[in-house]
Design a protein around this ligand. Structure first.
Ligand SMILES: C[S@@+](CC[C@H](N)C(=O)[O-])C[C@H]1O[C@@H](n2cnc3c(N)ncnc32)[C@H](O)[C@@H]1O
Length: 409
């Protein structure tokens, strides 16, 4: 790269840095200026790196991830001082954590190199905002990504050599089941995961991060599903919204809290027996909302509802299986205004650094035979079962939205 390109990138960086005002908001819009700065610094770095440096960078990332995951397990970060200016020696840390000093020092080297922890001239160590944060929720999410996605994914070449170079689409045979030597077991991914309660717990806690990536409210107007007096006079039992695979009711609650024209008695929450039992036991179903134990691979029993809503369900399944899900709902769309609403992440058609997280999560979904989708993917999926997309409601600032479909006229 010539000097003029470098200086122009650096000038761009300088302009962005001058205008930068740190935000405490965690939503995508508040984070955008920071993300732009980080991405630009990466662009500058990459423009300077030759391919051998990229290999070095990847190698460091591999060592760093393994070290972080191992040290989380050994509970080493939590033994480090939380004040970044305080130091701890390798010997002290070894005594406090029970980890051999030599091993500790070797696992720490990649982390000092990457800036995850610090090391002083006398050899002692210090924590950073990263190592401190990893002792709580971010560390759990990292563990989820490492254990459930990275580990099976490292065997992807082997998996593809065995099953063909095509996207994994099954819930029974996929990189996750192969990694657990369970591809012939007839067990689903969830059943395999359930065999290890600790792993299942990590997965469930980690999932709450994914939750924020598909906002529930603030872009699709659920008030439009409210039933008028006239409609209720004609069909007293008509339903506004069926929340299919709706979990324990927290999504329905958020919708009702924000969209006051909707009546809880016109909402049906559907999920598997065990989830509905749990929701009722823990009283998480909003007052008035009807519950139904329903397996979404079977025909939808609530007919003529205004909307059949799937949030964060489709990304768990291949196109073929999502088509099956839609086919269970189509016969129930008996009213002219019946709609399917699919809320999920929306991958950009052309990948950008600012939406990098969507690519990471799509690859994670692939491990279990699932898939994140672009708008175009959704249009093709809907079309394949005789639905047309009438609108795509995008969540502002997020790579997510609600895809609205109806029967083709
Ligand atoms: C990722 S969670 C999404 C939950 C909720 N919609 C949300 O956005 O938080 C997927 C949901 O699908 C449910 N589910 C899985 N298989 C199902 C089936 N065969 N029938 C009905 N629900 C199912 C799960 O129990 C879980 O609640």
């Amino acid at each position: 790269m010539d000097n003029s390109t470098l200086t122009s990138l650096v000038s761009e960086l300088s302009a962005l840095a001058t205008a930068y005002a740190p935000s405490t908001g965690h939503d995508a819009a508040s984070q955008a200026p920071k993300v732009a700065l980080v991405n630009l610094t990466r662009k500058i770095q990459q423009s300077l790196m030759d391919p051998a440096m990229m290999v070095q960078a990847h190698s460091l990332q591999m060592a760093e991830m393994v070290s972080v995951r191992t040290l989380l397990d050994l509970k080493v970060f939590e033994k480090m001082p939380t004040d970044e200016s305080e130091r701890i020696t390798g010997k002290e840390l070894s005594e406090q954590s029970g980890v051999q000093q030599a091993l500790l020092e070797r696992l720490f080297r990649p982390l000092v190199a990457s800036g995850f922890i610090t090391q002083s001239g006398d050899g002692s160590y210090g924590s950073t905002k990263f190592s401190q944060a990893y002792t709580s929720f971010p560390g759990l999410f990292f563990t989820l990504m490492f254990d459930h996605f990275l580990q099976p994914m490292t065997d992807l070449p082997k998996y593809l050599a065995k099953h063909g170079a095509v996207e994994p689409t099954s819930f029974y045979v996929n990189p996750y089941s192969d990694y657990h030597n369970a591809s012939d077991s007839g067990l689903t991914t969830w059943e395999i995961m359930s065999k290890d309660p600790q792993k299942l717990k990590t997965f469930q806690i980690g999932l709450t991060t994914g939750d924020a990536m598909v906002p529930i409210t603030g872009y699709y107007d659920f008030n439009q599903l409210a039933l008028t007096e006239e409609e209720l006079e004609k069909h007293g039992d008509r339903v506004s919204l069926v929340d299919i695979g709706g979990g324990v009711g927290n999504v329905a609650k958020r919708i009702l809290d924000e969209y006051k024209e909707l009546k809880p008695e016109n909402i049906v929450l559907e999920d598997l027996n065990s989830i509905i039992d749990m929701a009722e036991k823990e009283e998480t179903v909003p007052d008035g909302v009807k519950v139904l134990k329903h397996d979404f691979w079977t025909e939808q029993p609530v007919k003529g509802a205004k909307a059949y809503y799937f949030r964060r369900v489709f990304h768990d399944y291949s196109d073929e299986l999502c088509a099956k899900l839609l086919k269970q709902v189509i016969p129930a769309m008996t009213a002219p205004d019946s709609r399917v609403l699919v809320a999920d992440m929306l991958l950009p058609e052309i990948m950008t650094a600012k939406e990098a997280h969507t690519a990471a999560l799509d690859v994670a979904c692939m491990v279990m035979g699932g898939k994140e989708r672009t708008e175009q993917d959704f249009r093709m999926l809907f079309q394949s079962v005789g639905l047309e997309v009438v609108a795509i409601h995008r969540a502002p600032g997020a790579a997510a939205g609600v895809v609205e479909g109806r029967l083709k006229s």
